[in-house]
Design a protein around this ligand. Structure first.
Ligand SMILES: [Mg+2]
Length: 466
């Protein structure tokens, strides 16, 4: 990354992370203003339902994404449970990303409601990163009526930490020179990818904050964190400069296998590649992508390898669709492949599937949006699509009718974010939708520029992410 791309001495904190606040819940409250100020969650109301998204008033009661609905009800007897409207959230997601695309060319969407932006190329037209962040947040607020938060930094990891600290409805830009200082007091869990297990190993070393993490010897850190240690150390000392990821369309996901014995039965080959197709589809859903092209690779015992691909009009993460495609490819190729030693199935030309959360180490608790989607598909099959309509919003406090459970997710259910930000104290009086509704930057200082708020945009150490 060109650190000083404009030739000045000042390094530009031009990597922004924009994250919608309590996205699904905010959409529901926007669409039904009578819900404003109430503890609203989106998710399945049934016995095994989980919280997919929680409004800030719900969060102030301790309710979190991926929490079993039964626990959420215990925390808030007046809980309002709204069944998810996936297609609607997708539409709004596209609108959000459209606004980002109007202003910034370099965008990496990482989930339905989050994106990294490299705004260094947009400065001439739109101003400094904080002005661009302000513009984006204002347009999303004015055109879509939804709150969002933005973090900015010289690296994507720090930008993401900053956006979590800016929530709700805030902005926090961390100047390059103050990165280490900003990070030092934060809990190690603020780092994306440092989950409860890694936190526990660090805790055994007496490390609770990112500042303390910087003090321990590299070898010790490597023992505690494994291969990620170096990346984490770079982040902790403020020298990380990782920008946007590779273009999604360059990515691919796949699986392949070599067999000890050649496969000679074409039905057997067919069976195995359909299993692979299912596996690839499930990998895609888990990663939050859909693929436009499916590739079948076959190798004969003599090493002859062929790859054949099929490209779809509509990208997919459907196992059934991928199975059909690989089987069709196999039927065409099998005369030339009487014996198969290796087979592989791969999906390429991936794009983010709006409405699908990207998995990460941090979301061990979360089954991902795709499972929510799968559960909704099942619910649709069982009850018909009308069961997922808005009419089934529950009155506060009333038990859920069984048939209304659009999402009977697994206990470790879906979340609406790819990676949870730091979640400290649940109760925060300021976590209130009226605050979210207020216009203008809410971050530290008048312009949301670090360091006026020192990573504590709300004036205390309690932060709620979402
Ligand atoms: Mg969000």
């Amino acid at each position: 990354m060109g650190a000083r791309d404009d030739g000045t001495a000042e390094e530009i904190p031009g990597i922004l992370h924009l994250d919608m606040d309590a996205f699904f819940a905010s959409i529901e409250v926007r669409d039904d203003p009578s819900l404003r100020g109430l503890p609203v969650v989106v998710g399945g109301a049934g016995a095994r339902g989980v919280v997919a998204a929680a409004s800030y008033p719900a969060r102030s009661r301790g309710i979190r994404s991926a929490m079993p609905m039964a626990s959420a009800r215990r925390l808030a007897p007046d809980l309002v449970i709204v069944p998810p409207r996936i297609d609607h959230y997708r539409t709004v997601s596209r609108q959000v990303m459209g606004i980002l695309g109007d202003v910034v060319a370099d965008i990496e969407q990482i989930s339905v409601d989050e994106a990294f932006l490299d705004v260094r190329g947009a400065r001439r037209l739109f101003g400094e990163p904080e002005q661009i962040a302000d513009l984006l947040r204002r347009r999303i607020r004015e055109e879509l009526g939804l709150p969002s938060s933005v973090g900015g930094s010289v690296s994507r990891a720090v930008a993401k930490i900053a956006s979590a600290r800016a929530k709700p409805d805030g902005m926090l830009i961390v100047p390059a020179a103050r990165t280490a200082e900003f990070l030092a007091p934060l809990p190690v869990g603020a780092i994306s990818g440092i989950g409860p297990k890694a936190q526990a190993s660090l805790e055994r070393l007496g490390v609770r904050t990112i500042g303390q993490l910087r003090e321990i010897p590299p070898a010790t850190l490597a023992r505690a964190l494994g291969p990620r240690a170096r990346e984490v150390a770079r982040l902790a000392d403020g020298s990380d400069r990782t920008g946007l990821g590779r273009r999604v369309k360059d990515r691919s996901l796949g699986t392949e296998r070599t067999w000890d014995e050649d496969l000679t039965d074409h039905e057997e080959v067919r069976r195995r590649i359909t299993v692979m197709a299912d596996d690839v589809a499930s990998q895609l859903r888990r990663a939050g992508f859909v693929g436009r092209t499916v590739v079948l690779k076959l190798r004969a015992p003599d090493g002859t390898t062929i790859t054949r691909s099929s490209t779809l009009d509509q990208p997919t993460a459907s196992g059934e669709r991928l199975r059909e495609l690989v089987v069709a490819l196999w039927e065409r190729e099998r005369p030339s492949m009487p014996r198969v030693r290796l087979a592989g199935v791969r999906a390429t030309h991936l794009e983010p599937s709006a409405g699908i959360a990207v998995q990460s180490e941090l979301t061990a608790r979360s089954a991902g949006w795709s499972d929510l989607e799968a559960a909704m598909d099942r619910a649709r099959d069982r009850f018909g699509s009308s069961s997922l309509g808005r009419g089934s919003t529950l009155a506060p406090g009333r038990p859920a009718p069984r048939g209304d459970s659009a999402v009977d997710g697994p206990a470790d259910g879906p979340v609406d974010r790819a990676v949870d930000g730091p979640v400290d104290t649940p109760a925060d009086a300021r976590a209130d939708p009226s605050a979210e509704a207020s216009d203008g930057p809410r971050g530290p200082g008048a312009d949301g520029l670090f360091p006026a708020g020192w990573g504590m945009p709300h004036g205390d150490s309690s932060h709620i992410s979402g």
